[in-house]
Design a protein. Structure first.
Length: 111
């Protein structure tokens, strides 16, 4: 996940993170959970896992990442949060959505 930038003859990988939180909660409540219950490395691993599954099950070579994010329920219940990975064929078309628990267990896939 992320992108690579060449700056001053040095390659650096970076990622842009946007954090939207439900009304009545504070961003700080979620930031303390990064790399604890919420793991961005896990999200990257799930993107790779989803890509391999899509290639194996639907015979779609080189699926492209459309979006990957962590969804929190409106009531702020962290136990119901989930990782969502959205992939599509390299040349566009149907979006395939993968929904995972915070532990990385696939809950469902749809398109």
């Amino acid at each position: 996940m992320g992108q690579w930038n060449l700056m001053q003859n040095s390659w650096k990988q970076n990622s842009e993170i946007t954090l939207e939180v439900p009304n009545g909660t504070k961003a700080a409540d979620y930031m303390y959970q990064l790399n604890d219950k919420i793991n961005l490395t896990k999200l990257g691993e799930l993107v790779e896992k989803s890509s391999k599954q899509l290639t194996a099950e639907k015979n779609i070579e080189n699926p492209a990442l459309d979006m990957a994010f962590i969804k929190f329920p409106k009531n702020g219940d962290i136990s119901k949060a989930e990782y969502i990975v959205m992939l599509e064929p390299e040349n566009g078309g149907t979006t395939f959505r993968f929904y995972y628990s915070l532990s990385g267990e696939l809950r469902k896939m749809n398109y």
